[in-house]
Design a protein around this ligand. Structure first.
Ligand code: CA
Length: 225
């Protein structure tokens, strides 16, 4: 079981996070000021730290700097308030692995936590999960997220994505996609492929009109990334 240390002086925030993280089988410990947080990180050896920026005694930056010196591999997610967004850059410069701005959704935080754990231990039974920027696709559980928000993809869209990801960087013809995804039996028009790709782009691309993931190869088909 992975252990997460929350260093945050807002009691309600700690209670909410603890509840949500424990529900996902994380072992959660908390500290309510920077100094205690730092000490607990050293003694309790958490696998990840969620660190608030504004804290009594030692602030989040100081704690982060100290921890990165002591335990360079310890993943740290900084919590920042909206008004402090300008300071985020500084937060990252001192070695935080990620940051999240309050108010945030629990799902978004969970996605960031998962991403960090994956970065720390790649290939640990998570091969079915693929990440492209802020897009995450889990082919085992058939769920997908973008920017930490769940995407509603149809089974056909998962198959399309799987097909693209398996042949990342290769050009796949419309006919090839039809054959692979729709099968020979129901041989629809190649425009069906275009319609489905357009729908999929609206879900996974930042700007569907300027796709960065599923690229059109004019007159031939498509290519992933
Ligand atoms: Ca605070």
């Amino acid at each position: 079981m992975k252990k997460i240390l929350i260093v945050e002086d807002e009691q309600d925030m700690v209670t909410g996070l603890k509840f949500n993280l424990e529900a996902r089988d994380y072992d959660v410990i908390a500290a309510y000021d920077g100094e205690t947080g730092y000490q607990k990180a050293l003694t309790e050896k958490p696998d990840l730290v969620i660190l608030d920026l504004m804290l009594p005694k030692l602030n989040g930056y100081e704690v982060c700097k100290l921890l990165k010196k002591e335990i360079p591999d310890l993943p740290i997610i900084m919590l920042t308030a909206k008004s402090q967004e300008a300071e985020i850059v500084t937060g990252l410069e001192i070695g935080a692995d990620d940051y999240i701005t309050k108010p945030f959704s629990v799902l978004e935080l969970l996605a960031r936590i998962n991403a960090l754990f994956r970065r720390v231990a790649p290939g640990t039974g998570l091969q079915e999960i693929h990440r492209f920027g802020d897009l995450e696709i889990n082919f085992k559980k058939y769920n997908a997220q973008k920017k930490g928000k769940a995407l509603r993809l149809t089974p056909r869209e998962y198959e399309l994505l799987r097909c693209f990801i398996e042949r990342q960087g290769e050009i796949i013809t419309r006919e090839g996609l039809l054959k692979e995804i729709w099968g020979y039996d129901s041989y629809p028009d190649t425009r069906t492929v275009d319609t489905h790709i357009a729908k999929l782009r609206r879900k996974i691309e930042d700007k569907p009109e300027e796709p960065k993931l599923i690229i059109t190869v004019h007159g031939i088909g498509y290519k992933f990334l």
